[in-house]
Ligand binder design. Structure first.
Ligand SMILES: Nc1ncnc2c1ncn2[C@@H]1O[C@H](COP(=O)(O)OP(=O)(O)OP(=O)(O)O)[C@@H](O)[C@H]1O
Ligand SMILES: [Mg+2]
Length: 340
């Protein structure tokens, strides 16, 4: 039987997988719920729903932090349960993994070890820089474009990539993502209304209100705890508080985009001025974000459908089309050091 090939884009919020045999792309929350710190209680989407609601003996663990693997064994376990239902990796499969560029070699190697030095016993593991996978996913002719700017807004990070002539020119991983917007919202709600809300509730508020369209006097009724009385109750949260909380993290992202553009070589910059910014990552779904970025950077912003699946669709193309293989590399290649 032919070996299976998997494409993996491991995100702090969601894992995205392409399975060649099943010819299918799917995603699952990168979360495990543990019972008494020992037994796996639930994984993926089911575990995420338990966050901040579970009893004391259930701990909800996020195996990744800021775009890199923080709890190796948990990550390996979760991946194993996602790839196969019988709790076994399909032995000897091949993997192509999208990794962030602006992290240490040790952090990159952990993505590799996840399936190589483990019960998965991968036959081969190839790595590709996420920005490159995303350009392929969007169908950009990456060998002939003069300059490409991709901004991936994710769960805990924003990854900015400048590509030209088939390679990475500049890359920055900023530690700001959906979760930082949500904690800013929860903090301001607590400060202004003496009302405590959880991370999932803040996420709901963010998704409901977006960042740019006409604010009006909208509000949303959510559950939380009144900090003055200590009693759980419903409270109406006005859009103004949610928008105000998101201002600073948004401004920080824009500052980083501008500073990377300033460091971009002039020839590449000309290409970017023409084509603008390509927006990817789950947070790109946030209503009004592309308009906000257009207004604050002065560049055109292009978005695709399902922006969170952009990297994994690129991996799919790379797995199915040999022409793209040269964009991936193995950590075992003798000339690997050369490539970095
Ligand atoms: N429709 C939507 N509206 C607003 N935000 C959304 C929507 N869908 C997803 N998101 C947000 O996108 C973020 C997740 O994006 P993504 O899946 O790209 O992250 P990730 O790859 O797991 O994380 P990272 O790249 O930081 O490691 C979450 O914060 C989530 O709330
Ligand atoms: Mg991501």
């Amino acid at each position: 039987m032919a070996r299976n090939v998997y494409g993996l884009d491991l995100g702090t919020y969601e894992i995205k997988i392409f399975d060649k045999k099943k010819d299918k792309i799917w995603k699952a929350k990168n979360v495990i719920a543990m019972k008494d710190k020992k037994y796996i209680f639930s994984t993926g989407n089911e575990a995420y729903e338990m966050y901040e609601k579970a009893p004391d003996n259930i701990q909800v663990v996020f195996p990744m932090k800021n775009g890199v693997i923080a709890h190796f064994d948990d990550m390996q376990y979760l991946l194993q349960t996602l790839l196969d239902t019988d709790r076994q990796f399909s032995r000897g499969a091949e993997y192509v993994i999208a990794v962030p560029t602006d992290v240490t070699e040790v952090e990159k190697k952990a993505f590799y070890d996840l399936v190589f030095h483990s019960s998965a016993k991968a036959k081969s593991v190839r790595i590709v820089e996420r920005g490159i996978a995303e350009a392929v996913g969007m169908g950009i002719d990456i060998w002939n474009e003069k300059g490409i700017f991709i901004a991936n807004f994710g769960g805990e990070t924003t990854e900015l990539s400048v590509l030209a002539s088939g390679g990475m020119v500049l890359n920055r991983l900023i530690k700001i993502g959906g979760v930082h917007f949500d904690s800013a919202i929860a903090n301001l709600v607590r400060h202004n209304l003496d009302f405590l809300i959880g991370r999932l509730t803040a996420e709901t508020l963010r998704k409901e209100f977006g960042v740019f369209e006409e604010a009006g006097d909208a509000s949303l009724q959510v559950a939380g705890r009144n900090l003055l009385t200590g009693v759980p109750q419903q409270e109406s949260i006005p859009i103004g508080i949610v928008r105000a909380a998101m201002k600073e993290p948004l401004a920080e992202c824009v500052r980083s985009i501008k500073s990377l553009l300033d460091r971009t070589p002039p020839d590449v910059r000309r290409g970017i001025d023409e084509k603008g910014i390509y927006l990817t990552g789950g947070l790109a779904n946030l209503r009004g974000l592309s308009t906000y970025l257009e207004e604050s950077t002065g560049l055109k912003v292009t978005m695709i459908q399902n922006p969170e699946l952009c990297a994994v669709s690129g991996l799919k193309k790379m797995i199915l089309n040999k022409e793209y293989k040269k964009l991936t590399y193995s950590m075992l290649d003798e000339d690997y050091r050369w490539l970095r």
